[in-house]
Write a protein that binds this ligand. Structure first.
Ligand SMILES: NC(=O)c1ccc[n+]([C@@H]2O[C@H](COP(=O)([O-])OP(=O)(O)OC[C@H]3O[C@@H](n4cnc5c(N)ncnc54)[C@H](O)[C@@H]3O)[C@@H](O)[C@H]2O)c1
Length: 355
């Protein structure tokens, strides 16, 4: 890398040991940023961070803390000269959020309040937040643009809607209070992140039965799970199964680097809080995903058709035009890359991270 292009800014990555966060750490380190991770390891292992350092050949700093611990965060901000925060820390299982809603509001919403309070105290006011397409809820539209009304349909999704509202309000208060250094916030609404780093050293390591389709398919392929259930084949889609927008995790984290750069630029000169969809804009059905997996890996997937699940939509994919226009970002990897990289990670790490 050209030494002149190295930007030695320090980025605090909350939830950096997790699936998306660990890929973001790789991308940040490879782009010349310094990385400080805070993670309580409730859904991850430090092995992911060791591998991030192995892939990049660069060190990072790790603090094992909960983001709800304000004094721990204050100590980190006092020590580390952080310029921007990438906020991934959160709980993300929709089913669990229906069983334990208070846990989700406490961890995700209160956690973000504690984080932003510590940031404001340290005068660190640039934030890139992991939001989700679930904020759109059960919209009738097939293609989601950022200006659609929000209306999540489960506690996990509502925790994201609430956090977005908090962050918008913090930013709006700047205009009233005329702050010298206003909040600059990018809300990144992910569609369905899949895939893994091309090295196969880091990837998604679900605890127990995977909630997401591709990790489920790959665990069926290696024989860890017996059979995949395809929920509904009578949707109004070409093959009757649900269509979603899947995005390679490496493309997704590249969008975060673009967002950090945008926060430094003209568009956010006077501050602001803006949402961007990060998706490919292309949907694939469940059967297309199974076919792609079988073609790329040569493995047969044992599946059965099961009844529809309540709350599932027939079709949803991103309109990613705003991210292209304002962040200069678009997804580059295709479905075969997503499947091949998932399989590479799965076969190299059949038991996930072992520690
Ligand atoms: N993976 C997806 O499908 C997806 C889709 C949309 C949005 N998101 C969001 O992206 C973010 C990252 O998701 P992921 O897939 O990498 O999840 P993940 O569970 O792999 O990573 C989250 C990390 O945050 C940590 N964490 C959770 N609560 C914490 C707390 N209170 N204090 C400190 N650390 C804490 C966990 O230990 C974990 O390492 C989450 O906010 C998630 O809601 C994920």
């Amino acid at each position: 890398m050209n030494q002149n292009s190295i930007n030695h800014k320090n980025i605090l990555v909350t939830g950096g040991a997790g699936y998306v966060g660990s890929h973001a750490c790789v991308e940040l380190l490879q782009s010349g940023f310094n990385v400080v991770v805070v993670d309580n390891l409730c859904n991850s292992k430090t092995e992911s961070l060791s591998r991030v350092q192995h892939i990049t050949g660069r060190p990072l700093t790790f603090y094992q803390h909960d983001i709800r611990d304000k004094s721990a965060l204050a100590d980190i901000f006092a020590k580390e000269a952080i310029s921007t925060v990438m906020h991934f820390a959160g709980l993300k299982a929709v089913g669990e959020s229906c069983e334990k809603p208070a846990l989700y509001y406490d961890n995700n919403v209160y956690g973000t309040l504690a984080l932003t309070e510590a940031m404001a105290d340290a005068n660190v006011k640039k934030l890139v937040f992991s939001s989700s397409a679930t904020v759109y809820g059960a919209s009738d539209c097939r293609q989601y643009s950022e200006d659609l009304p929000l209306g999540a349909i489960n506690p996990y999704g509502r925790s994201k809607v609430m956090i977005e509202a908090v962050l918008r309000d913090l930013s709006a208060a700047d205009t009233i209070n005329q702050h010298k250094s206003p909040w600059k916030i990018a809300l990144l609404r992910y569609f369905n992140p899949i895939g893994a780093h091309e090295s196969g050293q880091i990837g998604e390591d679900p605890d127990g039965i995977p909630n997401n389709l591709l990790p489920y398919i790959s665990q069926v392929a290696i024989g860890k799970l017996a059979q995949l259930s395809v929920f509904g084949n009578d949707y109004p889609t070409p093959d009757g199964t649900g269509i979603r927008d899947y995005i390679h995790v490496v493309d997704l984290v590249k969008g975060h680097i673009k967002a950090i750069n945008a926060l430094e630029g003209e568009a956010f000169k006077s501050g602001g809080c803006k949402a961007y969809n990060l998706g490919t804009g292309q949907g694939y059905s469940v059967l297309e995903m199974i076919n792609a997996f079988e073609t790329v890996t040569g493995q047969r997937i044992n599946y059965k058709i099961a009844p529809r699940r309540t709350g599932d939509l027939a079709e949803c994919f991103a309109n990613p035009a705003l991210a292209l226009k304002e962040l200069g970002w678009k997804a580059e990897k295709n479905l075969d890359d997503m499947v091949a990289d998932t399989w590479n990670w799965q076969t190299k790490n059949p038991q996930g991270y072992i520690q």
